[in-house]
Design a protein around this ligand. Structure first.
Ligand SMILES: [Zn+2]
Length: 336
C-alpha cells in the first residue's frame, strides 16, 4: 500500500478544497453497512468513519493473508479469486493480460498464481472501473511491465485526490505508474495471444460511470465488472454515477450480449458464472427496485422503507455478504 489510510488521514486538514468522492468509497460504504449491522443502528458519519478505519485495515489484513484460487476456464483464460474483485487472466506469447488488479497487499500471492500460469511476463492490465478493490494493485503491476488500459472516467477518478465529506476523509491518488496510460470513451479493441479482446463501456452509469465489459471473443467469455455480483447484493456507487436503473440496464445489456454457452465472470461472488445466474440477478434487481419505488411513492422515508423490508423474499440467498439487506435498500431508495 503506497498511501496508507493513516497517511491519508494526516492530510485531511490541508486538502479541504478537494470535493471529489473517494476512490475507496466501495470499501467505506461496505463497512458502513457492516457497521450498521454490528451496532444495531445507524452510526453518525464520524462514528462510521472511525469504525471504517479499523475495518478497512481488517480488509487489507485479510487480503494479505488470503490465498489466490485459480479457476482455469478455456482458450488460456483463467480467473483469480481472493483479492478484491475477480481478476481475469489471458496468457500467451504476447504476455499476460490481466482484467483488474486486486488489492496491493496481495502481490506475493498474485505473483505466485501468475507464475502458475506460465512464464510469460505481464504486459497488459485492463481496469474494469476505478474502485479501490479493482485498482489498488495497479502500481506494482505497472512496475513489472503492465500497460494499463481503462475507460477515461477511470483515469479521471484515479488522477485526483478525493474528498469524502461524510467520512471526513481524503484519499490520495496512486503513484503515477498506477494511473491508466491508455484510455478510451466508449469502445476499444485489442488482439493479443490470438484472442480478440473487446472493451465496451456501459451506456450511462451502472455501478459507476466508468464500468466496462471485457469480452474474449474466440473464448466466448466475458468479464462484466461490478455490473454483476453473483449471488450477493451489489454495491451501487451514486457518488460517481451509479444507479439501480443503470444496473438493470447493464444487466439487460449483459443478457443481450451472451448466450447459454458464454462463461460470465462477475465482479464479485463465485467467479465462474453463466447466463442463468445473471438472469436471476437481473430479476432480483427489478423486483426489489419495484418494491422500494412503491414504498417511496407512498411517502415513506428511507428508514421507514428499510423497516418495511422490501428485500425480504431475496435476503436468504442474496443478503449474506457485506452489502446487507438494509444497506442495499438504502442504495436502491436513493436511485428511484
Ligand atoms: Zn466496484
Amino acid at each position: 500500500m503506497p498511501a496508507t489510510l493513516e497517511d491519508a488521514t494526516a492530510t485531511t486538514k490541508v486538502e479541504t478544497k478537494v470535493e471529489r468522492l473517494s476512490r475507496r468509497q466501495f470499501c467505506l460504504c461496505c463497512v458502513g453497512g457492516a457497521a450498521f449491522t454490528a451496532a444495531g443502528g445507524w452510526l453518525t458519519p464520524r462514528q462510521a468513519f472511525a469504525e471504517a478505519r479499523g475495518i478497512v485495515s481488517l480488509i487489507k489484513d485479510s487480503a494479505a493473508a488470503s490465498p489466490i484460487v485459480t479457476h482455469r476456464l478455456r482458450n488460456n483464460v483463467s480467473v483469480f479469486e481472493g483479492s478484491g474483485g475477480n481478476i481475469g487472466v489471458l496468457t500467451g506469447p504476447d504476455g499476460k493480460v490481466l482484467i483488474d488488479a486486486g488489492i496491493g497487499v496481495s502481490r506475493p500471492q498474485i505473483t505466485k498464481a501468475l507464475a502458475g500460469l506460465g512464464r510469460d511476463p505481464v504486459t497488459h492490465l485492463i481496469n474494469t472501473h476505478w474502485h479501490f478493490d479493482h485498482t489498488d494493485g495497479n502500481a506494482w503491476l505497472n512496475a513489472v511491465g503492465a500497460k494499463i488500459v481503462a475507460q477515461e472516467n477511470t483515469r479521471r477518478h484515479l488522477s485526483e485526490v478525493q474528498r469524502v465529506e461524510d467520512w471526513d476523509y481524503n484519499f490520495l491518488p496512486p503513484p503515477s505508474g498506477g494511473i491508466p496510460s491508455e484510455v478510451f470513451a466508449s469502445e476499444h479493441r485489442l488482439k493479443l495471444n490470438g484472442i480478440s479482446i473487446g472493451l465496451k463501456k456501459y451506456d450511462g452509469g451502472a455501478h459507476t460511470d466508468s464500468d466496462i465489459s471485457v469480452t474474449f471473443g474466440e473464448a466466448d467469455i466475458v468479464h462484466v465488472a461490478d455490473t454483476f455480483w453473483n449471488g450477493i447484493y451489489p454495491f451501487i456507487d451514486h457518488s460517481t454515477g451509479g444507479s439501480i436503473d443503470g444496473m438493470i440496464a447493464a444487466s439487460d445489456a449483459n443478457l443481450a450480449a451472451t448466450t447459454d454457452t458464454t462463461i460470465i465472470i462477475p465482479g464479485h461472488g463465485h467467479p465462474v458464472s453463466n447466463r442463468a445466474e445473471l438472469e436471476e440477478f437481473r430479476d432480483m434487481l427489478v423486483a426489489i427496485r419495484e418494491n422500494v419505488a412503491a414504498l417511496k411513492k407512498q411517502g415513506r422515508s428511507r428508514d421507514e422503507t428499510v423497516a418495511a423490508k422490501p428485500t425480504a423474499a431475496f435476503d436468504a440467498k442474496w443478503g449474506n455478504f457485506v452489502i446487507d439487506p438494509g444497506f442495499f435498500t438504502r442504495l436502491v431508495y436513493e436511485g428511484v
